[in-house]
Design a protein around this ligand. Structure first.
Ligand code: BES
Ligand code: ZN
Length: 642
């Protein structure tokens, strides 16, 4: 495998190195003079330097009985290299069902020759299409695989309503290619349109506008269709679709919630501050440029907390705690409308540009809405999780500008790009002052709006617009160490929270037997303080202590998914069997990786725990998303895991 990948990289490298000099008008090339190696996306077979996909037009039927999407895509191209006669695309598990054809301006079709290469485990299979000399669109008829890595198909029993099936896409990092043949690189921005045919009881939603041009209508045998349009150029990992029994409730004139009818009211209540968040972010970083901001609350198997699909954030229902205490996730996904969707990482090694900036913005939004104390508590929790993961990670995974060659880019999604990235931005804020840094960020979003940039592009801009004017201040920021070295610089900011100091005092009083649990002033505790309390407890607790906590606070039954998560970790570690049933139920009902993976990791540390993990996973596995299955398979060493 490794050999094949190396060979492939060599071929790609030669292809890039040997191509004629780039068209000087291409602003992609003009932007910086950095080496092409820096910009090259090792996770795509595409050849956008030669022939670039500019628009994706989908026409897909969603077939729940077969678990496939069937239809066609029409790609509009830009011929940057006039001599190039091949279009190279990414695919994974796609079946080309019929012709691939060229369509010229007059609508005349011509069949094209193509080859679908051998699949690589990480990258999928390259699709090479022989192009004619004339300008044309390319149309591909295809169908997805039932086990497509970017799709999850849910049976009615896995939904809140229990009556209708549900399906959704998750394209980040490189899963768009499992449902659309395209150049699946974040540097290749496309506009898109789609005609989606679904069973007529179900509704489709996308990361796009419902097109006023294409009226929805009924088609063949029990299907109807809806037409969507995304007019702003986005990276392919932001193309998204969900289909199910989905209802809508407005929150303001430009924000709203989609969810299954059974979940809709609860979701709308929890997310009622959404408009305030959008307004607060605009005040900090300039206008929200995507029109509407809606949130889709998915069934609990959704493998992430949230996904920043433009105009329509996808979110896990585990944020519905009943008291708005977990809505920083919405602040996070909303912030991506600036950091990520507007200014995008050009390759997956620049992922920290998406997530580090977004984590920093998220805390600023939380501060604007709920105050400094809440934002600081979350920053402290963030630094704690970062330190824990740094203690275990390989050096190479601690580097912001991470080398992911030969690896699945999903592996790069650790605490490092998020929390280390956010600390770097915080250090710049503290060094240059908030007013200056806010101005800088606003200018950065404007300057690179609708572009995909590398770490080197950012560094060039940062030097020119912030650092170079103030060498004395700049000297306080060890930029190279932040970006290219493992670990944290000694000068990294250390967020502090008085609200947490109080919790530590109270926790110690309980631990030292000075105060029974029932007399802790928990009614004043915020969720973040609960999380800190539970993390602050020593790893080993006695059965009596666990029983006392559980009796006083009903932790095993907590309806807050984050609190329950830490409590269950403690329960596993201390063999607290009273939580066994809850643990099994939790793992079988939730598919969000951040909440389930650490529990499996804790279980497999002992032989009996391992046996339990297997027993639970055997039942839970079919309910998890393919991305979560890949991850948990590795943890429990599921037979046949890659
Ligand atoms: N874009 C990410 C989700 C993602 C990352 C999907 C990498 C696929 C590959 C999203 O914005 C995110 O960061 N979600 C977090 C929540 C956030 C509050 C930290 C999550 O899902 O836990
Ligand atoms: Zn994110």
């Amino acid at each position: 495998m490794r050999f094949r990948l190396c060979l492939l990289m060599l071929i790609v490298f030669l292809a890039v190195a040997c191509q004629p000099a780039a068209d000087p008008k291409s602003n992609e090339m003009q932007k910086t003079n950095e080496s092409s190696a820096e910009k090259r996306d090792v996770h795509s077979y595409g050849n956008p330097e030669q022939v670039r996909v500019k628009h994706v037009d989908l026409n897909l039927q969603i077939q729940f009985d077969r678990k496939v999407m069937l239809g066609s895509v029409r790609l509009k191209l830009e011929r940057l290299d006039k001599a190039a006669r091949q279009l190279k695309l990414d695919t994974r598990g796609l079946k080309i069902t019929n012709n691939i054809s060229a369509l010229d301006a007059a609508g005349k079709a011509e069949k094209l020759r193509f080859t679908l290469g051998l699949p690589d485990k990480i990258l999928g299979a390259p699709l090479t299409i022989e192009l004619p000399a004339y300008d044309c669109d390319v149309s591909i008829e295809y169908e997805t695989a039932p086990d497509a890595s970017g799709l999850q198909w849910l049976a009615p029993a896995q939904t809140a309503g229990k009556k209708q099936p549900y399906m959704f896409t998750q394209s980040e990092s490189i899963h768009a290619r499992s449902w659309i043949p395209l150049q699946d690189s974040p540097a290749v921005r496309v506009t898109y349109s789609a005609r989606i045919h679904t069973p007529k009881e179900l509704q489709a939603v996308m990361s796009a506008e419902v097109s006023p041009l294409g009226p929805s209508g009924v088609t063949a045998s029990g299907y109807h269709f809806k037409v969507f349009e995304m007019k702003q150029a986005i990276p392919p990992y932001l193309i998204a679709l969900a289909v199910g029994d989905i209802a809508f409730k407005p929150l303001s004139n430009r924000t709203g919630v989609y969810a299954e009818p059974a979940t809709l009211d609860k979701a709308a209540k929890e997310l009622e501050d959404t408009e305030k968040m959008v307004a607060a972010t605009e005040k900090l970083y300039g206008p929200y440029r995507w029109g509407r901001y809606d949130i889709l609350v998915l069934p609990p198997s959704f493998p992430y907390g949230g996904m920043e699909n433009p105009r329509l954030t996808f979110a896990t229902p585990t944020i519905l705690a009943g008291d708005k205490s977990l809505v920083s996730l919405i602040a996070h996904e909303l912030a991506h409308s600036w950091s990520g969707n507007l200014v995008t990482n050009a390759t997956w090694r620049d992922f920290w540009l998406n997530e580090g900036f977004t984590t920093y913005l998220e805390r600023r939004i939380i501060e604007a809405l709920y105050g400094r104390e809440r934002a600081e508590m979350e920053a402290v929790l963030g630094r704690q999780t970062l330190e824990r993961s740094l203690a275990e990670a390989d050096d190479r995974d601690e580097i912001l500008h991470i080398d992911l060659t030969g690896r699945d880019p999903d592996d790069g999604s650790t605490e490092v790009p998020y929390e280390k990235g956010a600390l770097l931005l915080r250090q710049m804020e503290e060094t240059f002052g908030r007013a200056r840094f806010d101005d800088f960020l606003k200018g950065y979003f404007d300057h690179f709006a609708f572009q995909s940039i590398t770490t080197a592009d950012f560094v060039t801009y940062l030097k020119k617009n912030l650092l170079d004017a103030e060498p004395q201040l700049a000297a306080k920021i060890p930029l190279d160490e932040w970006l290219y070295k493992p670990g944290l610089p000694a000068s990294a900011p250390q967020p502090k929270s008085d609200a947490f100091a109080l919790i530590e005092t109270q926790a110690n009083e309980w631990l030292q037997g000075k105060r029974p649990a029932a007399q802790l002033p928990v009614k004043d505790w915020a969720t973040q303080q609960w999380l800190h309390f539970l993390r602050f407890l020593p790893p080993q607790l006695s059965k009596t202590q666990l029983e006392e906590l559980d009796r006083a606070f009903k932790l095993t039954q907590s309806g807050n998914a984050e609190i329950a998560h830490i409590w269950l970790l403690i329960a596993i570690r201390n063999n607290y069997t009273a939580a066994d049933a809850r643990l099994a139920a939790y793992l079988k009902s939730i598919g969000r990786q951040k909440l389930i993976r650490p529990l499996y990791e804790e279980l497999v540390k002992t032989p009996t725990g391992r046996a339990r993990a297997m027993q639970i996973y055997k039942e839970a596995r079919s309910g998890y998303h393919p991305i979560a299955v890949t991850a948990v398979d590795k943890i429990v060493q599921w037979p046949g895991a890659r």
